[in-house]
Design a protein around this ligand. Structure first.
Ligand code: QUE
Length: 337
């Protein structure tokens, strides 16, 4: 017996199977054991006649799930453990697919931070309830990686160029805006979530509608024309040019954000998001898995995770540091390994 608390609590509660991501000290970031625990619970509930729906939430009050355990991935990569890296991403993406294909309602309660891998275990389900504390983001270009977990499938399917904007800038989408953007399906205040779970345990997903509040107007709407104007450009260089020519605070703030990202990661992220528009989810996840093989051994990823997660100095030294100095052939080669 171990004294370690379970990192995923799986329990039946009335008519639902409940999953609680339970590593609050790491903002419920997903490690391999957690991925396996979620996958195992979904398997065991698939044919359980007592389970009519699955509800997943995060413990600790701050996060649903901050992402994958990229600190561990970086260490595996530094140790030369390619197989360990492959196992993590292969199992994570298989879980994303299993959630998309799950035959019972899958309901994520997002009350706090939900980034990267956290979006992967929520957005592919049929129901995503966001509270006023929900904060969705795909911030991988900040760590020299790319929007994965099926993001190359769902980002190009968001309205207009919104997905490319969110995937390249890592912009946070809060509360009701997540419903407006299509990342969440329902908006329910934190104060009513416990009551919602009790109602789900009693009535199943039919209860969701009774707890959904009328949405406040989208705060993203004001920026939508500028997002379309700049991010429909088709290349990272053209996005920069258009932002530089766009007056106002939004454009200068967005430029500043993009200038902090790995130029190389912006290039390979734009490419996989654009290509994802014409792929199935399975094809997107396969293309993403292929890209992890080159991306996780790339210096940008090692440096990005070092700066943002390990040392937390937030001063990554990108190589090359300027977009115009990235060799297109190097990016091209990332997609052919
Ligand atoms: C960008 C990211 C991630 C990040 C920070 C970024 C990310 C991720 C984590 C993370 C958070 C908490 C942990 C952990 C990793 O941070 O994807 O191990 O305990 O998973 O700036 O993309």
């Amino acid at each position: 017996m171990s004294d370690m608390p379970e990192s995923v609590i799986a329990a039946r509660d009335g008519r639902i199977g409940r999953l609680t991501l339970n590593r609050p000290k790491t903002l419920n970031a997903l490690d391999l054991g957690m991925l396996r625990a979620i996958a195992g619970a979904l398997d065991s509930w698939r044919d359980d006649p007592h389970v009519h729906a699955v509800v997943i939430e995060g413990a600790g009050g701050r996060a649903f799930c901050a992402g994958g355990d990229i600190r561990a991935i970086r260490q595996l990569s530094l140790d030369g453990d390619r197989e360990g890296v492959e196992t993590f991403f292969a199992e994570e993406y298989a879980l994303n697919q299993a959630i998309a294909e799950y035959t019972k309602p899958y309901i994520a309660l997002v009350d706090g931070i939900c980034m990267g891998g956290g979006i992967g275990v929520s957005v592919h389900g049929g129901y995503r309830v966001a509270s006023e504390h929900a904060m969705f983001a795909m911030p991988e270009t900040a760590i020299g990686f790319f929007p994965d977990i099926g993001a190359s499938y769902f980002l190009p399917r968001l309205p207009g160029a919104l997905g490319l904007f969110l995937g390249l800038t890592g912009t946070r989408v809060l509360g009701a805006d997540a419903v407006h953007a299509g990342l969440a399906t329902h908006f329910t205040p934190r104060a009513r979530l416990a009551e919602l779970v009790a109602a789900l345990a009693q009535d199943g997903p039919a209860a969701l509608g009774r707890f959904a509040e009328t949405l406040p107007p989208s705060t993203l709407d004001a920026d939508r024309p500028a997002i379309e104007q700049c991010f429909a450009a088709g290349s990272v260089a053209d996005i920069f040019t258009r932002l530089e020519r766009t007056p106002g605070e939004w454009a200068s703030r967005t430029l500043e954000t993009l200038r902090g990202m790995s130029p190389s990661a912006l290039l390979w992220s734009l490419r996989i998001i654009v290509e994802g528009a014409d792929r199935s989810l399975g094809q997107c996840l396969a293309a993403e898995l292929a890209l992890t093989r080159t991306a996780t051994s790339n210096g940008e990823f090692l440096e990005g995770v070092r700066a943002m997660v390990v040392d937390k100095d937030r001063q990554p030294k990108w190589q090359p540091p300027r977009l115009e100095d990235v060799d297109p052939a190097v990016i091209e080669a990332m997609f052919h390994k």
